[in-house]
Write a new protein. Structure first.
Length: 275
């Protein structure tokens, strides 16, 4: 029996882990942030796949039978290849899940107008993963996308609550909402973005629902474990969380507290040793 692994290229996945722990506190978790090689968003498909697979393999080696890619870029550009080609070869009994499907499965039941806006990184937008996945579940829903390249730097520099952040929040919201006056649901398709939620809500019109991913992913994982008792029985349950980073643990711990909402103590894994 082993913990649930949660992977992200940086810190954003901690907002997802926070909601997962709230929903499923009994399980053990290992979080791995590949901060030394972040951000993933501007890298090519092959590089993202390689880095993601290396981190998934490390979490498997640490005893995790189930890994959640709490990263939209990794979910968009690496998950399918890992599930279809890599898992049968390296760990056929283990599983890797992402954050895009749990989000897209819910969108059609939330929008009333049938028009949805996706706010994401350049990498996620260019992958077209959200329009493709939403079309599978809700082919009649229209999807509009907007990259928000300044939002992650604002958050990682702890400027997301500053007055200056409002300019960039409003800029991207105006751009997405100008694409259609009928957009009634905005998806925060980056795990960093919930930290901007207060400001985002200040700049969207009434009647527009702003949808974060953490709670949706947590509920989806709970449902997954209910439907797959063979996996659930392989998970250890002592309510512990462990944190690892490929960068400086001191910096990680300081930043992680912003995303996770409480004190974190991490250990370092050398990125070179992941190869």
């Amino acid at each position: 029996m082993g913990p649930i692994g949660v992977f992200d290229s940086g810190y954003g996945g901690l907002t997802v882990l926070k909601e997962i722990v709230t929903e499923l506190p009994q399980y053990d978790y290992i979080y791995l942030g590949d901060n030394a090689r972040a951000p993933y968003g501007n890298r090519g498909f092959d590089t993202i796949h390689t880095y993601t697979l290396q981190c998934v393999q490390r979490l498997f080696d640490m005893g995790c039978p189930l890994v959640v890619l709490a990263c939209n870029t990794a979910s968009a550009k690496a998950l399918r290849t890992i599930q279809q080609k890599d898992l049968p070869r390296i760990a056929p009994d283990n599983r890797v899940l992402g954050v895009i499907r749990p989000t897209t499965e819910m969108v059609g039941s939330i929008t009333q107008s049938g028009e949805v806006g996706i706010l994401a990184t350049n990498g996620t937008v260019s992958s077209q993963s959200y329009p493709i996945e939403i079309a599978k579940f809700f082919p009649n829903v229209k999807v509009f996308q907007q990259a928000c390249p300044m939002w992650v730097p604002l958050i990682e520099n702890n400027e997301h609550e500053a007055d200056g952040a409002d300019y960039f929040v409003k800029e991207y919201l105006d751009k997405i909402l100008s694409q259609s006056t009928n957009i009634d649901t905005l998806v925060l398709a980056c795990t960093h973005y919930p930290l901007l939620l207060r400001k985002i809500r200040q700049h969207v019109p009434g009647g527009v629902t702003v949808l974060g991913q953490g709670k949706l992913v947590a509920r989806s994982l709970k449902d997954y474990l209910h439907r797959h008792p063979e996996m659930e029985q392989r998970l250890s349950k002592s309510g512990k969380q462990s944190f690892y980073t490929t960068d400086d643990p001191g910096i990680f711990d300081q930043m992680a507290e912003i995303f996770f909402g409480k004190t974190v103590t991490s250990a370092k894994i050398e990125a070179e040793k992941l190869k």
